[in-house]
Design a binder for this molecule. Structure first.
Ligand code: FAD
Length: 325
């Protein structure tokens, strides 16, 4: 039986940063992720988007942040098990925890659950023709921005994703129209101001009515939901940014205290099961903010307290990394 000190479920930004800290504390560490790549939501949902609120980076592409986090974690060579979904977590009563995945079994003394929002799927739009042309001009994610230059783009949505894509794709597009069903946006004020001042045609109280195109998207019909007035807009790409539906999946059945689909933790990030910690989007406490920056702090706290769980004589405070080399 190969028993690790610290096993991280989820290789998103939180899990990667937790792996770095666990390595710094000399814990033998493993990361298990159901996706075939590291980076969590950043790699799967928005690799080409800029992130503006990570300390030290005025702006950083999500995929670049993932590669730097990976480099930081890999200094300590954590074992990576990608494409493997954790199905069950069972404390064995002797200080060892058994993790069962869809590929096999892993043994560990402590666990960090950094599983984000669990499995995530985009909220789909119920307009005839959307499903048929998905991947043929209609998409929910952008993984490669290069194909959008010189194209006629329609973006649907009034949240951060829609505005971020309007800012990222608008300048190089032949034409970029962003529509939203009301005049209330859920995006950062600064993004709204930037898009409003740009060449992007931002229209409120406007919704999608119909899709046109046989084998590929050719045009959409939009309408003003106050007057009913319709307009056909020729376009090459339709980006739907309507948010995501999430599902915790198997984690709900692990006997951990869950509150509204997230895991309740104490101030050391420990869950209701001793030796099992949670950090990032998956965890909650009073005042929780679901941000990359908060996930970093929580992962550091979890890894350092896992160290004291493994070795009660160890200090939780890791010392200053600047003084280690
Ligand atoms: C479009 C978009 C834009 C965003 N922009 C920003 C931003 O600008 N700034 C910001 O701070 N935040 C932003 N966020 C939020 C940010 O991405 C999340 O807060 C962050 O990804 C949380 O990191 P995490 O590591 O906790 O979880 P995740 O990134 O969700 O990673 C969790 C990982 O766990 C894996 N996993 C889940 N269940 C299992 C299982 N049972 N077995 C194995 N693996 C499992 C998943 O596959 C995933 O890879 C944005 C989110 C979206 C969707």
């Amino acid at each position: 039986m190969d028993i690790y000190d610290f096993t991280i479920i989820g290789g998103g930004p939180t899990g990667l940063y937790g792996a770095f800290y666990a390595g710094l504390r000399n814990m033998r560490t493993k990361i298990i992720d159901s996706l075939g790549q590291l980076g969590g939501q950043l790699s799967a949902l928005y690799p080409e988007k800029y992130i503006y609120d990570v300390g030290g980076f005025p702006r950083v592409l999500a995929k670049d942040l993932v590669s730097m986090l990976t480099e930081q974690a890999n200094q300590y060579e954590p074992t990576l098990c990608l494409g493997e979904k954790v199905l069950n977590l069972e404390p064995q009563g002797d200080g060892i925890i058994k993790l069962t995945t869809d590929q096999g079994v892993h043994w560990t003394k402590t666990v960090l659950i950094a599983a984000g929002v669990g499995a995530f799927i985009p909220r789909r739009l119920d307009v005839t023709g959307v499903a048929e042309l998905e991947g043929k001009g209609i998409q929910y994610f952008v993984t490669d921005t290069s194909g959008f230059a010189g194209k006629r783009i329609v973006i649907v949505g009034g949240g951060d994703s829609a505005f971020d894509w309007a800012m990222a794709l608008g300048p190089a597009a032949a034409r970029c129209l962003q529509i939203h069903r009301s005049d209330r946006f859920k995006a950062h004020e600064d993004s709204i101001a930037k898009v409003s001042a740009s060449t992007v045609d931002l229209r409120t109280f406007t919704e999608l009515k119909a899709i046109h195109g046989e084998t590929r998207l050719e045009a959409v019909t939009i309408f003003d939901n106050r007057t009913g007035e319709e307009e056909m807009v020729e376009c090459d790409n339709l980006l739907l940014n309507l948010g995501f539906l999430t599902n915790l999946g198997p984690i709900k059945d692990w006997g951990i205290e869950i509150e509204k689909n997230v895991i309740r933790v104490n101030t050391t990030m420990m869950t209701s099961i001793p030796g099992v910690y949670a950090a990032g989007d998956i965890c909650t406490y009073v005042g929780k903010l679901k941000l990359i920056a908060t996930g970093f702090g929580e992962a550091g706290t979890a890894a350092n307290f896992a160290k004291t769980f493994l070795d009660p004589s160890a200090k939780a405070f890791p010392g200053h990394s600047s003084e280690l080399h």
